[in-house]
Design a protein around this ligand. Structure first.
Ligand code: AMP
Length: 215
């Protein structure tokens, strides 16, 4: 089972992907995480994409398709892949289709997570993550524990993303509507699209996704 989680920044794609990894033994492929990793480790590519990411624009199709190609051709995922934050353009969607076909695999579902813009701003400005294990927190609904230790791994490295600010978010939302939202029509036409209400509680959204996958 290979699936795409599609939705604007802050829709909860990363949170739901982590739940699917835990529950179904799937492998999460987040191009955002891969690019942040490249920046942290200071690779040439990481340096090239840093300013683009901080602004909230999309990095080139060539770079992200290259990252996904490498993961798919070198790794294995018996439980299937969750594509999180990829594809984000029609060219990326075409490339993913071709790549899966080349590897004798298929795309089983595309899940659109619907959330309105006001909720996105509130979620993103309140978001932090554990720098050690990636657990996602929200200052209002799931605050970082008072003892200063991540509830999942005990780490003390609470981090906020450089692009989780109002200016970058405006650019990221515009990029979503202009470049990524056409994928909703694209996958609808292919018959792969399902939608869930991403505004609910984390567990309720997870249950809706489970129902879709098992249904
Ligand atoms: P994310 O963690 O998915 O919100 O991604 C953070 C940033 O990484 C985005 O704002 C883009 O600058 C870049 N990025 C991540 N995935 C992609 C992609 N599939 N195509 C282009 N840029 C991407």
């Amino acid at each position: 089972m290979n699936l795409i989680l599609l939705g604007p920044p802050g829709a909860g794609k990363g949170t739901q992907a982590r739940i699917l990894v835990e529950g179904r033994g799937m492998v999460q492929l987040s191009t955002g995480d891969m690019l942040r990793e490249a920046r942290t480790s200071g690779t040439e590519m990481g340096k090239r994409v840093a300013a683009v990411m901080d602004r909230g624009d999309l990095v080139t199709d060539e770079i992200v398709i290259g990252l996904i190609r490498e993961k798919l051709t070198t790794g294995t995922a018996p439980g299937g892949y969750i594509f999180d934050g990829f594809p984000r353009t029609l060219a990326q969607a075409d490339a993913l289709g071709a790549l899966l076909e080349e590897l004798g695999q298929s795309l089983d579902a595309v899940i659109e997570m619907r959330v309105d813009d006001e909720a996105l701003v509130a979620r993103i400005t309140a978001r932090s993550t554990c720098g050690d294990c990636g657990e996602v927190y929200n200052d209002l609904t799931k605050p970082w524990p008072a003892d200063g230790r991540c509830a999942n791994c005990g780490g003390t490295n609470q981090t906020r993303r450089a692009d989780d600010n109002a200016d970058s978010l405006r650019t990221r939302l515009m990029a979503y509507y202009k470049q990524t939202s056409p994928l909703i029509g694209y996958y609808h036409a292919k018959g792969d699209l399902h939608s869930v209400d991403g505004l609910g509680e984390i567990d309720a959204v997870a249950a809706a996704i489970e129902d879709l996958l098992d249904g």
